[in-house]
Structures are given as C-alpha cells and as structure tokens.
Design a protein around this ligand. Structure first.
Ligand SMILES: Nc1nc2c(ncn2[C@@H]2O[C@H](COP(=O)(O)OP(=O)(O)OP(=O)(O)O)[C@@H](O)[C@H]2O)c(=O)[nH]1
Ligand SMILES: [Mg+2]
Length: 492
C-alpha cells in the first residue's frame, strides 16, 4: 500500500539521518579526546623542561631551599611555585671581585655602636684600618636607634654589601665564626676603654666568645685556662702609622671596636677614582682611598634607593628641596647636657614659623630655577611629626606655590610592607629613616641640621649622585638651623 510504503521510507530516512548524526557526534568526541591528550602531553613536556632547567640552575651560587633528606628524584616531584623575587629579600649572592685584595687568613670585625649614623662613621674608619692592617673585613651586624626600638639590623638592610665587598675582600659573619672557631683572639683599643657590657653584647650578637676581664699589666685574660685573648691597649689616640705598628699581630681573629672619635672622614673633598685592581696600596693617595671608602661604605641598599625614587616621582614628578630638622627634645637634646653644643642656646626657641620663613626667604633667589612651583620634603625624627607639620602649614601660608606631598612617606612605605618584610625582620623605623636619607641625598637643595650625624651622612652621600653624567658635584646646601636662628634673632 502506497501510504504504508511512504511511512516505511520516512522511517528509513530518519534512521539513516540519526546514524549520520551519531557518527558526526562520535567523530567530534574523538577529535576532542585527541586534542585533550595532546594538550596534556604538551603540558607535561613544558613542565619537564622547566624542572630540568631548575635542576641545572641549582648550586649556581643560590641557596638551596629544598627539604633536607629528599632525594634528587623526590625533589623533582615537589611542585614548584615560580614567583617574582620579593623586594625585601636579601639580594641574590654575586661573586664580586674586590679592588683591594686583603690577606684571606686574617680578619677584622668592626664592633660598631651608638646611633646608626655613628655606626656608619665608625665603619668608614674600620674599613680603612682593615686595608692598612691587610686583614679581610668581616661585614658586621648593625643596630637600629634606641628611640625607634633597638634591634640587630642585617648588613644588607643598612648598606650595599656588594659595593663594600667590591672595594675590599670581605667575609660574612657566618664564615668568620667558622674560621675563628667561635672566638676572638685580639681586641684593638686606642685611648678609649670599653665597658664589660660592650664585650658581652658583642659576644652575644656575633656568636664569638671574648674572654675578659684583662689583666692591666699584661693585657691578657686573667684566667690561666682556655684560649688567650689579648687586648692591645696603648691608652692613646693612634695615628695611621701607629695603628699599623701596634696592631700588627699574627693571630687571625681581631675585634676593632668603633671609637667615638673616628671622625676623620668628615671633611673630605672628591678625588681620583681607584683603578679596577689596586696592586700596591702604599702608592695610593690617602684622600683617594678615603673617598673610595666613603663611596662604597656609604652606598644605601638598592631597595631603599628604589623606594625613595618611586616616592619622589609619584608625589613630586620633578626636582624638590629637602629639609632635615633633627632637633628633638627626646634624643638630640642630650647634646645640650652631655656635649654642651652651641646650637643648644636657641634650639628650643625656634618655631615652625621661623623655619618656614627661613626656607621661604632663602628660596626667593631660586624662584626662577623652579619654574613649576617648589616641591618641599621635610624630614624629621618620628617624635617631631607634629612640629614638622607646623613647618608645612607655615610654608603653605607663606607661598601657595610651595608643594608638599599629599601622601606621606610613611603611608607610601606602609603600603609596601608585606609578609616578606616581616619574615626578613626589617625594622620599620630604621627603614623609614634610611629612605628619608635617600630622599635628602637626591634632593636638588638640602637644608641640613648642623651637629647631626644623620644630616652629615646625607651630605656625604650627595657627592655620589651623578649630575649631568658627572659624579662628585656638590649641589646647594645650607644650615637650616643658622637660617632659622637668624630669623628668630631678627624678630620677624
Ligand atoms: N625617619 C627619620 N628618622 C630620623 C630622622 N632624624 C633622625 N632620625 C632617627 O633618629 C636616629 C638618630 O640617628 P643617629 O644615628 O644617632 O644620628 P644623629 O643623632 O643625627 O647623630 P649624633 O648626634 O651624632 O648622634 C636615626 O637613626 C633615626 O632613627 C629623620 O629625619 N627621619
Ligand atoms: Mg644620635
């Protein structure tokens, strides 16, 4: 029957179409499976090559972070998380070759003390002494200032270790501990004696024993048993030639405490750069050597410079004037009771208004130089924050083109603090102070605080900011204290 036939034909064609659709679907699934397998295979190959690269990079001066006890094969199977190096990590180890090679079997540890900036002044002298005595320098621990909470500061958090070790042969404290078998052999003194507390903390912080007290006549440790630790105590200030004579001893592990009067680097003018390899230090001019020491020892850690630059670019977008007001009641005022500093006569009478007027008056002559208005950064110890704010208020009142950053450095740095900062035990107050120093170093004009080593170290570093491709060109500086005192005296 025709009706039944056409129904049959329709069913057959439907059946054929669904078979074709099924085949189409099956081939799609097949293609999908092939693509999936290929992707997995490719991923496996890429990961394999990353692992291979990683394992071949191992031991190339990198610390190994792998779990102890894992076989090589097992460590290959440990998942690897690749991440950017955190800015607060210790810089990667580099193999630097020193310009001045020192005896690798004899060492000098700088026992530096007092405020961070005094530590820096002492270190300058001790690096010089290490060169004169031909002893490898041990890169020492530093300390933060008691006013912001004292703690040990790792060398890379205070100085550019590679710069120092690029000038003189150096070792880490860990190496020193090992080669000295856990003890100092000599202590080099001049006219200053150091209290027992100095030796106790130095021994504790370095992990090396110092046996004392010494017998006054022999300068050897009173006790007869154990290793001899000898102090050399001429009881007078030594010249450089005398330092070479008095401290010329054979034992390898010496401590040189930072002396309060080691200030011979203060008024040094730039001189010739050292050659890449110094064959004979006796042929060098003393000032050339000292200037090279100032450049290397004074260099700030890269991360500090980077943050200072990022901040100034963000808030100023151009040149700025730096002001340091150091004279706080809580710490600096000790200069008045202890040192009878002449600055003390008027420092409490100077107000934010006097300082702002002094800056305003002094900048009058430079108005044409700063065509886009004048950016000003005021640095001061944390205890002087309100006082510094009063300078800012007065500055804005005196001249509306003065621009003071809307975001404080503290806010800017706080934003950059992460788990890595905390893990590496960076000290916030110490770091902030260093970044402010880097800002002063880079400022176009610098109004410094006389009688402050903080300011003095900024002045020293300003020699080493390249200007028009040249190093050692001193930019404008003036004593903010003297200018403000003059305003106070004039009664304006
Ligand atoms: N953030 C910040 N901290 C400062 C500033 N000035 C001083 N300080 C703090 O005060 C400490 C004092 O520094 P010192 O290293 O003793 O230097 P100094 O007191 O200027 O020098 P001396 O008078 O020779 O002791 C620094 O380490 C900082 O912690 C500043 O402008 N900004
Ligand atoms: Mg101080």
């Amino acid at each position: 029957m025709p009706g039944q036939r056409s129904l049959c034909l329709q069913v057959i064609s439907l059946y054929k179409r669904s078979i074709m659709k099924m085949r189409y679907l099956i081939s799609c699934v097949k293609i999908l499976i092939v693509v999936l397998v290929l992707t997995l295979f490719l991923k496996f190959c890429i990961e394999r090559s990353a692992f291979t690269q990683l394992s071949s990079n191992r031991n190339l001066n990198r610390p190994s972070y792998g779990q102890k006890g894992l076989s090589d094969k097992a460590s290959l199977l440990t998942p690897v998380v690749r991440k950017e190096r955190c800015i607060w990590e210790p810089p990667p180890k580099r193999n630097v070759i020193p310009k001045i090679k020192l005896d690798p079997t004899k060492f000098l540890y700088p026992g530096i003390r007092s405020g961070p900036n005094n530590q820096m002044r002492q270190l300058l002298k001790i690096v010089h002494v290490a060169i004169l005595l031909n002893r490898t320098l041990v890169v020492p621990n530093f300390y933060s200032h008691f006013s912001v909470g004292q703690q040990i500061v790792q060398p890379y958090q205070r100085v550019d270790v590679d710069r120092i070790c690029g000038l003189v042969s150096c070792v880490t404290l860990e190496t020193f501990q090992k080669v000295c078998n856990g003890t100092f052999h000599n202590v080099f003194l001049q006219k200053q004696n150091f209290p027992g507390n100095f030796y106790i903390t130095t021994a504790k912080d370095t992990g090396l024993a110092i046996r004392w007290p010494w017998d006054k006549t022999t300068n050897k440790v009173k006790s007869t048993s154990g290793l001899t630790v000898e102090r050399i105590f001429p009881n007078k200030q030594l010249s450089l030639t005398e330092i070479k004579e008095y401290f010329n001893v054979p034992k390898p592990c010496a401590l040189y405490p930072g002396h309060a009067d080691d200030m011979s680097f203060f008024y040094l003018k730039p001189s010739l750069p050292l050659p890449d390899m110094v064959e004979d230090i006796s042929k060098l001019q003393e000032d050339d050597l000292k200037f090279a020491i100032m450049e290397a020892v004074g260099a700030l850690p890269q991360v500090i410079d980077d943050i200072a630059l990022a901040y100034s670019q963000k808030v100023f977008k151009g040149d700025y004037v730096g002001v340091h007001w150091r004279y706080d009641d809580s710490d600096w005022a000790r200069h008045c009771t202890v040192f009878k500093d002449p600055t003390c006569k008027n420092f409490k009478r100077i107000s934010g208004k006097h300082i702002a007027t002094a800056i305003h008056n002094d900048l009058q002559k430079s108005m044409t130089k700063f065509t886009q208005g004048i950016n000003i950064y005021i640095a001061a110890p944390p205890s002087m924050l309100t006082f510094a704010q009063s300078i800012v208020t007065e500055l804005k009142r005196l001249n509306s083109t003065f621009h003071i950053a809307s975001q404080t450095l503290k806010e800017f740095v706080t934003d950059k603090i992460d788990s890595c900062f905390k893990k590496n035990n960076w000290h916030f107050g110490d770091t902030l102070s260093l970044i402010e120093m880097a800002l002063m170093q880079r400022s176009e004009y610098f109004y410094y605080s006389k009688s402050s080593t903080w300011s003095k170290n900024c002045q020293q570093r300003r020699w080493f900011v390249p200007q028009n491709g040249k190093l050692a060109v001193m930019k404008y500086e003036a004593s903010i204290f003297d200018l403000s005192e003059a305003v106070l005296m004039s009664g304006s």
